[in-house]
Design a protein around this ligand. Structure first.
Ligand code: ZN
Length: 96
């Protein structure tokens, strides 16, 4: 048994470059105890994900606003329809 880490170089699953194991972050529960992406790819991914998270948040806010507007319009239409029916019913019964 060697005291040296058996993995000295590793190929990054993302950029496909072979890098020294120091270029990979530690990760439990894997055979070689290393991340499958190098640290460069990891930080690039985090950056990409942050900006896409922001894009998603902007899109979600727009969707929520559109949904609320549609719901409000629908509710108003229902209320108007109800009011019209109610008025017609009252008139039919001679209540107005
Ligand atoms: Zn990489």
């Amino acid at each position: 048994m060697s005291a040296v880490d058996p993995v000295e170089v590793k190929r990054c699953a993302r950029c496909e470059l072979t890098k020294p194991s120091e270029a990979f972050g530690p990760r439990a529960h894997t055979r070689d105890r290393l991340q499958s992406w190098c640290k460069d790819c990891g930080s690039q991914y985090q950056r990409d994900r942050r900006s896409s998270d922001e894009a998603v948040a902007v899109r979600d806010r727009a969707q929520v606003a559109a949904y609320r507007a549609a719901e409000t319009a629908l509710r108003k239409r229902h209320r108007d329809e109800f009011d019209a029916l109610y008025d017609a019913e009252r008139q039919k019964r001679g209540l107005t």
